[in-house]
Structure formats: C-alpha cells, structure tokens
Design a protein around this ligand. Structure first.
Ligand code: ZN
Ligand code: ZN
Length: 344
C-alpha cells in the first residue's frame, strides 16, 4: 500500500500523516451528529471489542470460582499471572513479529524511520531497548497487573465491591461498560500528568520515556510505581455499580490497550488493501516531545489544559510558544532570586 497517499516522509525517513490528529467528536461542541455517527464504529472496532471480548473469555475460562477467590492464595494468583503473561506474549509478540522482526510492511506508515534495535543505548538494561522493555513488562508490569486483578477479584468474592448482575441491571452495566475507555482516559491523563512533575519524572516516569522511538514492547515498559498507578484504574470499580467482567475489561483496556499507542505505525496493514488504524500518533508525539498529549485523544483534556499537539505546524508552533513562555518565566524567577540574594 502506498503510504504517501496518506502522509509525507521527510529526509530522515520519518512518516507523518497528512491529517492532524482529531479528538473523538463526542466532546466537540457544538455537537456534529454526522461526525459522531461516523465515529461510533471506531469506538468499538477493533480495539475495544477485543479488550471486552478477552474479559468475557477470561470470565468463562480463566477466572476461578467465587468460592476459591474468597481466600487469597498463591495457587490461583500464579495461575492468573501465567495466563496474563501468555496473553501478553502472544498479543504483543504478534505486533512485534509482524512489524518489527519480520518487518512485513517495511517502514510504510512508520512514524520514526529507524527501528529501535538499530541503536544501543546506555539508558536501557543490557543497552538493548527490547531486552529492557520485555524484562520490565514481565517482571513488574504483568506482576502488578495480576496483583491488582487478584485483589479486586478477592474483593468481589467477599462482597467488598458492588457486584451487579447482567440479568438484574443490564442497562446500568451497559453504561458502565461504555464509559470504561473514558474512565481510563481521565485516570491516565491525571496519573500521567502527575508523573511528569519533576521528581516523579526523574524517579519513575523517565523509565517509560527512555523509549523515545517506541515499539510494541515499550507499551508496558514502566517503573513499578507507574505500573501501580496505571493499573489503578481497576480501583474505580470498588465504588462504581459494576461487575467483575467489566473490571476485567478495564484492566485489559489498560494492559492490552497500551499496545496500539506504542506500535509506532499509523496503520497496520492486513493483507493488500486493508489497514487498521492504530490511533497512535498523539502518543507518539508525546514520546517525541515529552510535554504534550498526556491523554489519548478520546476526551479533549489536553486541549482544555493547553498541552495538545495534533501533529500539524500550528500544533508545533503552539508547543514552541508554550516552551518559550515557560523558559521566560523560569529566567524571570531566577533573576528575582538572584536580586533578592544580592540585597540580603
Ligand atoms: Zn508511552
Ligand atoms: Zn509521559
């Protein structure tokens, strides 16, 4: 497929889409009914359906009986860890294999012209991005994910979390299921903004940002504290009128859903003519510029807080203006401090 019909490639080989990134029309006022109708299928297919279906499959085949879950034990926790690890290996591995190992679509639709493995870097364990990212994913990522999952299931089994059934409250649960991505967006934006503060960035979030050129395994390559905050989305279901399957959907949305944002390609080619949108450009720009796009472009939080970058020249100019303003502010503050010191 000719990716230059959809975007441009610069001298360095970096590809960028023609169209700036847009927010979901759901929160664009005045509301445009036609745009919303056109967008609705994208809200479900393919990603959200995959994460919701995997939660249902877990409930049917993986999650132990309520009786077992009433007591915490290594046995069922280890079983859940094993299943999560295998699913991550298969799901993440499929993208890695298709796009990065076999390079089936070469660099068509690839934002960064380079493939990460081409450079060794001291920022990573063993100086290799992939080795570092994979170890962090399984040592801490899947472990924290499983620990929260076990804790939540134990809470459900013991009546500590509101557990509605699909037969008694189908509408309430349908609404909660529909807002799962919105809960994630709010939570992720807040947590992400928090770990971009100076100290937390240095100690926690810089681990994730070591992957300036993200690839599938970068998705869950985080500091354990970030894993804890990130998978903390499940805790909303301790107070929401919900159900363990929807709580699992929330976790899968975070765990498996991290991948589309980090594949590094705008479209994943399936066969000759078909492609799937990754919706990754906003987060790619975050990895490139650090202080833009804390959210994932579902709710216009970045627009409201002035940190939005849509990939266009105007987006770039706004970001530069913001950086300049901050620099001036810091310089003025420094000058003030020096004047005060001289006066004392
Ligand atoms: Zn990221
Ligand atoms: Zn960040």
């Amino acid at each position: 497929m000719d990716d230059l019909k959809h975007g441009t490639r610069n001298k360095r080989g970096d590809w960028a889409p023609h169209k700036p990134v847009e927010y979901a029309p759901l929160f664009v006022f005045p509301m445009r009914a036609k745009a919303i109708l056109k967008w609705v299928p994208h809200y479900f297919f393919p990603w959200n359906v995959i994460f919701a279906a995997s939660a249902v499959a877990y409930w049917a085949w993986v999650i132990p009986s309520t009786e077992t879950m009433q007591t915490l034990s290594i046995g069922w926790a280890a079983w859940l860890y094993a299943v999560n690890a295998v699913c991550v290996l298969l799901f993440y591995g499929a993208f890695e294999m298709h796009l990065y190992a076999l390079k089936r679509q070469a660099n068509r639709f690839k934002y960064n012209g380079k493939f990460p493995a081409e450079n060794k870097s001291k920022a990573f364990w063993f100086e290799r991005q992939n080795v570092d990212n994979i170890l962090r994913t399984f040592l801490s990522g899947v472990t924290v994910w499983t620990a929260i999952e076990v804790g939540m299931l134990w809470a459900y089994a013991n009546g500590y979390a509101p557990w509605l059934t699909f037969t008694d409250s189908p509408w309430t649960l349908a609404i909660v299921a529909l807002v799962v991505p919105i809960i994630h967006e709010f939570h992720f934006f807040c947590v992400h903004r928090l770990i971009h503060t100076r100290l937390l960035y240095r100690w926690v979030h810089s681990v994730h940002h070591n992957s300036v050129n993200p690839s599938p395994w970068s998705s869950l390559s985080m500091h354990p504290v970030e894993h804890l905050l990130y998978f903390g989305t499940a805790f909303y279901h301790l107070i929401l009128p919900s159900n363990p399957i929807i709580m699992l959907y929330q976790l899968h949305y975070a765990g498996f859903g991290a991948i589309p944002g980090h594949v590094g390609f705008d479209k994943v080619e399936i066969g000759e003519e078909k492609t799937i949108d990754s919706h990754a450009y906003a987060h790619y720009l975050h990895h490139k510029y650090f202080e833009v796009n804390y959210g994932d472009a579902l709710v216009p939080l970045d627009k409201w807080f002035g940190t939005w970058h849509d990939g266009s020249a105007e987006g770039d100019a706004q970001m530069q203006a913001r950086y300049r303003k901050r620099k001036e502010k810091l310089a003025a503050r420094k000058k003030d401090g020096e004047a005060r010191e001289a006066a004392e």
